[in-house]
Design a protein around this ligand. Structure first.
Ligand code: PMP
Length: 410
């Protein structure tokens, strides 16, 4: 049983001190911390198997190839893809979205076609489509959230026969709301569009089955799911990826090269030009093993308990306004909020004095914050390694923030 062990002990960084206080890390939505098991797997790889994968027939290169391809199979199983041909390693979620944008959209969109996205997209899934719309003269259409931060199903009617691409986040990195992606995918397919889901905030928190979802593309970053930075994943349906042109050209993605012509490697290698970040890929494999040990059951239970507790404690403070759903329906462990009269950067730097790390700013979602007329806010995001006691420190010190800035705490 997974909850017999204290998983927090797997994360050495959580014993660090910041400004003389034990660190309280509430920024896992930006990047999660790495457990010993992940760090040790990377060291083991470097001690025993480092070589350039797919490049040589000597032992270390073959060990590296094996390590790399084992992770691809792990990722395939982890997200329920049918084939390892559908798993492309990228640098991060952003690069995975750009791969689809440049390789698929740029070659398939015509003037007058529509790209439909939500106003809650991270810049990675917004700026990319905005720029593709400009290049192809397609129309960029937004679906808007309601005041509680949820996507009303009525907005899905904006996906029509002219829509060629729908891009939608699985879970908002600002609002914390989980979007009705099954319905988005269904509607997109009814209208003949391809649907890309940005799973950057979802994969570490809930089981994802891309085959069941029937998503055409699903992207995520390893560093938000306990791996090192530098690896992301693009899942794409084989029949779509097969017809797409390579995104980057160079070594490893080729079959034969002549002076004038090149034939390209098969999937998935066609999309993996040049030497990949193999340590990061190895760390992603170890992170998947780790998540499977902890189990999504435990993660969900723990993160929901923490989120419900944080919401109830924050609601005690009259000067806090929560941005996003205030109830627990279809939401994840991200809470954005405004501390009345105080700039989020002041909130975050004063809290840092108490060892508490939260995020401040526009959270790479400027159009969303402009739409909500918030412009900038604070965000606390939790992982299963956090505790209720840490949430108490956050909430208790928010009144300190008010005092420091010359306001009463009530
Ligand atoms: N989408 C969402 C919802 C995110 O939260 C993030 C990271 N904040 C990204 C995409 C981009 O991830 P990365 O920077 O790892 O490419």
């Amino acid at each position: 049983m997974s909850n017999l062990r204290n998983f927090r002990e797997d994360f050495p960084i959580l014993n660090e001190e910041v400004n003389g206080r034990k660190i309280i890390y509430f920024d896992s939505a930006a990047t999660s911390q790495r457990p010993n098991q992940v760090l040790e797997a990377v060291l083991k790889y470097d001690h025993e198997a480092n070589g350039n994968p797919h490049r040589g027939s000597h032992t270390l290169s073959m060990r590296a190839t094996e390590a790399f391809e084992q992770v691809r199979e792990k990722v395939r199983k982890f997200i329920g893809a049918k084939s390892t041909k559908e798993i492309i390693f990228t640098k991060n979620a952003t690069e995975a979205i750009n791969l689809v944008a440049y390789s698929y959209a740029l070659n398939n969109l015509l003037p007058g076609d529509k790209i439909v996205i939500t106003i809650a997209e991270h810049h990675a899934n917004l700026v990319t489509w905005q720029q593709i719309a400009k290049k192809t003269k397609a129309e960029l259409v937004f679906m808007y959230v309601d005041p509680s931060g949820r996507l009303p199903l009525g907005e899905l009617h904006k996906i029509d026969e002219k829509t060629k691409i729908v891009a939608c986040t699985h879970m908002s990195n600002v609002l914390g709301s989980i979007f009705p992606i099954e319905k988005v995918i269904e509607r997109g397919h009814q209208m003949g569009a391809k649907v890309l889901i940005d799973g950057a905030q979802a994969v570490a928190h809930m089981p994802v089955d891309v085959s069941e979802l029937d998503a055409d593309f699903y992207v995520f970053s390893g560093h938000k799911m306990y791996s090192l930075m530098g690896v992301g994943v693009l899942y794409g349906k084989e029949e779509i990826l097969d017809k797409m042109e390579p995104f980057l050209y160079g070594g490893d993605m080729i079959e034969y090269v002549y002076e004038e012509e090149t034939s390209f490697n098969e999937l998935p290698f066609k999309f993996e030009a040049g030497t990949q970040g193999i340590e990061s890929v190895v760390s992603l494999g170890a992170a998947i093993d780790y998540l499977e040990e902890v189990t999504f059951e435990y993660i969900h239970e723990r993160e929901m308990e923490l989120t419900a507790y944080a919401l109830s404690r924050l609601k005690e403070l009259p000067y806090i306004r929560i941005i996003g759903p205030e109830d627990m329906n279809d939401r994840g462990a991200v809470i954005s909020f405004v501390v009345e009269d105080i700039h989020p950067h002041d909130v975050s730097s004063i809290l840092d004095n108490y060892g508490v790390g939260i995020r401040a700013g526009h959270h790479c979602a400027q159009p969303l914050l402009r739409y909500l007329e918030v412009f900038t806010c604070s965000r606390a995001s939790f992982a299963f390694y956090n505790t209720k006691e840490e949430i108490d420190v956050l909430v208790d010190n928010l009144s300190e923030v008010r005092r420091w800035m010359g306001y009463g705490s009530r």
